[in-house]
Write a protein that binds this ligand. Structure first.
Ligand SMILES: [Zn+2]
Length: 318
């Protein structure tokens, strides 16, 4: 699973003026101080947005990359609207596969995210639920190496992978490590290290299994579109296509033998915190990095970042 929360830039768009905030001090929506909440509540009506209040979101919290377009994953097209709400006028379409530059806003009243962009010379809006944004470094590394080198991939709420990226070295996870299931896949090194890790855990008297490993871009799109359709544009539990670490084929949601994802109180989690690095595995989303990653803490979600990254040698471990 990938579940996120939103880092909101301190810059508020009030009466059409964006105020930049220091990057080092980017509060989340929940952390907005009472004064800001009050300011938002009493913000003057902006004619471009009707009565809605929009807050500029920092979509590059890991560092400035420069303007990078969003790609439309909606098919056959994404609606362009006069305001940041599905209740506003439908004024055009962005074709599936096309790209668009824009500013990313949170709409306070609806908790929805909308991209402000120039369409036919006028400021218009499209829901970000139809957009994805591959990171230029990922695109370049795929062109150079084919499969992305472990640990170099940049995947978070704001940056992602091309939807058609699929590692060529995916192999089936043996049922004994997958809770009896036969359809699960991981990249070769990610799998061999995960199996060695589970073997080592079993020698210590604990057990867990690989519950959710690789998911393709199209699979993630199907899951995401379904969740948006059923839970609304403001759902926060499903990652957009291209923005899930599971597409790397190097990331695993671990579950307890009886079922259910690992949580902070499970001895298996404590074991992973102590030993995961020996096998190149790291918990991606911790309580300490929610601002940087845009995701909530996920004790069950571990990613293979390569053995050199963690300072251990593959053969010395065995
Ligand atoms: Zn996950």
């Amino acid at each position: 699973m990938d579940m996120w929360r939103i880092p909101v830039a301190g810059g508020l768009l009030l009466a059409g003026a964006a105020i930049a905030a220091p990057r080092a001090d980017v509060p989340s929506q929940e952390d907005l101080p009472p004064e800001t909440r009050e300011l938002l509540a009493t913000a003057p009506e902006d004619t471009a947005r009707g009565a809605l209040t929009t807050v500029l979101v920092d979509i590059d919290p890991l560092g400035a990359v420069g303007p990078v377009p969003w790609t439309v994953h909606s098919v056959p097209f994404l609606n362009v609207r006069s305001g940041p709400t599905t209740g506003s006028a439908d004024v055009g379409d962005l074709a599936g596969g096309s790209t668009v530059f824009g500013d990313y806003y949170l709409v306070v009243e609806s908790d929805e995210e909308w991209l402000s962009h120039t369409f036919a010379g006028t400021e218009r809006w499209s829901s970000v639920t139809g957009l994805t944004r591959p990171h230029p470094v990922n695109v370049e590394n795929i062109a150079t190496f084919g499969n992305l080198p472990y640990g170099t991939e940049i995947v978070n709420r704001w940056w992602g992978l091309p939807l058609d990226y699929e590692p060529s070295d995916l192999v089936p996870v043996p049922p004994g490590y997958a809770g009896g299931q036969t359809s699960r896949q991981l990249r070769t090194e990610a799998l061999s290290q995960a199996m060695a890790m589970i073997d080592a855990m079993r020698l210590d008297g604990l057990d867990m299994f690989i519950s959710s490993p690789y998911r393709s871009g199209p699979t993630q799109k199907s899951i995401y579109d379904g969740n948006v359709a059923s839970s609304g544009l403001n759902q926060r539990f499903s990652a957009p296509p291209g923005h899930s670490e599971h597409q790397l084929g190097a990331t695993i949601d671990f579950a307890r033998p009886g079922g259910g994802f690992l949580n902070n109180t499970d001895p298996q989690h404590a074991w992973l915190v102590e030993n995961g690095a020996r096998f190149g595995y790291r918990q991606t989303y911790t309580a300490d990095n929610t601002e940087e990653t845009g995701y909530i803490e996920e004790p069950w979600h571990w990613r293979h970042i390569g053995l050199r990254e963690t300072g251990y040698d593959a053969w010395a471990v065995r």
